[in-house]
Ligand binder design. Structure first.
Ligand code: PEP
Ligand code: MN
Length: 360
């Protein structure tokens, strides 16, 4: 997919003076619930009203959505409040029903993006549509898989495209429900600057009290908008209860978020910025140089181990290094998570080097 300015015209044409906001419940539960929340979001900065109609649940037997009936409720939302509507589609039948009920924005969920078969089916069903189509990242941190889905939609002649970063599943426990791999989203943004990038802090955090901070981080990283699950009685929600906020809290969040400019023309700011960037370039070069030296020492250790037929992995020594470096990192304001991640990557590279040597 080449860079294509046309992809973001739907967003530019909205001429918003704030990031795009998509809000509404995780799931449509009853007609009353859907309408009540919508009325509270009317005349706010919310641009699209979301509600899940078909819910992909991890385990069977959980609430799986009200089905097509809920689309009628969304139509009523539009009639009564003027809000545009949005829902998740996961197959051809969903797409046809959503279009029939005049849903304005359709998104592909994380569990669908992982499957090229499903994405192709949806793309074929959507062919040439002028609806806005957003693609959530796949459950696993796989950029080509995410790009593949976008390409399938672009090839189906869909002009109003965008992506949603909703975080990634990890084996390791973190404070997030789905880990935000910011670097991956930034890589996508760098490759396709014309593709609007929306953040979903609800599914990233899984907890309502973390939503503001993640939203602010997303805006600081130039995301174009936010999708925030909003419910009139979050604790009693039929799905994702712990991450939904009330309309009142959402409105406060939108008020408190700081919207930053992409840049500033002022000369003093630019000269300071260039100076600091030059410092970073110097340090980055030093880091690479030091890593090269560290790897040379590891290679020599590999040679020694080979001579004595000693195993590559020495767990005790490695745990000592890790413990020590976490403490040293802390003194320099580096988080334990970062230090562990970095040293694990360095250690893996050393093991790869030594494996090669020992088996040569
Ligand atoms: C949702 O938006 O309610 C949803 C199911 O999201 P995801 O596909 O990100 O899990
Ligand atoms: Mn949800």
């Amino acid at each position: 997919m080449e860079n294509n300015k046309q992809l973001r015209t739907w967003l530019d044409d909205m001429k918003l003076d704030h990031p795009l906001v998509i809000a509404g419940p995780c799931s449509a539960e009853t007609e009353d619930q859907v309408l009540k929340i919508a009325h509270e979001l009317k005349d706010t900065d919310v641009n699209y009203y979301r509600a899940g109609i078909w819910k992909p649940r991890t385990r069977p037997g959980m609430f799986e959505g009200v089905g097509a009936l809920g689309l009628k409720w969304l139509q009523k939302v539009k009639e009564e409040t003027g809000l545009k509507t949005a829902t998740e589609v996961a197959n051809r039948a969903h797409v046809e029903l959503a279009i029939e009920h005049d849903i304005d924005l359709l998104w592909i969920g994380a569990r669908s993006t992982v499957s090229p078969f499903i994405v192709q089916e949806i793309a074929d069903a959507l062919k040439g549509t002028d609806k806005v189509i957003l693609v959530k990242n796949p459950v696993n941190p796989d950029l080509p898989l995410w790009l593949g889905a976008i390409e399938r939609l672009a090839s189906a002649d869909i002009k109003k495209l965008g992506v949603i970063h909703r975080g990634f599943s990890t084996y390791e426990k973190t404070k997030y429900r789905n880990n935000p791999e910011w670097q991956l989203a930034i890589e996508l943004q760098t490759k396709f600057p014309d593709l609007p990038l929306i953040n979903d802090p609800s599914h990233i955090t899984g907890k309502r009290d973390m939503i503001f901070d993640v939203s602010q981080t997303a805006l600081d990283l130039n995301f174009d908008g936010l999708m925030i699950e909003t419910h009139n009685d979050p604790n009693k929600a039929w799905s994702d209860a712990s991450q939904q906020v009330t309309p009142k809290v959402l409105i406060q969040i939108m008020k408190d978020l700081k919207i930053r400019k992409e840049t500033d023309p002022e000369a003093e700011y630019n000269s300071k910025l260039n100076n600091l960037r030059a410092q970073i370039d110097v340090v980055d070069n030093q880091i690479i140089d030091l890593l090269g030296k560290r790897m040379k020492a590891a290679d020599s250790i590999g040679e020694l181990k080979k001579q004595k037929n000693v195993a590559v992995l020495q767990s005790k020594r490695w745990n000592e290094i890790l413990g020590h470096m976490v403490l040293e990192g802390e003194l320099r304001g580096l988080s334990e998570e970062f230090v562990l991640k970095m040293f694990k990557a360095i250690h893996q590279e050393s093991i790869n080097h030594q494996e090669k040597i020992i088996n040569s």
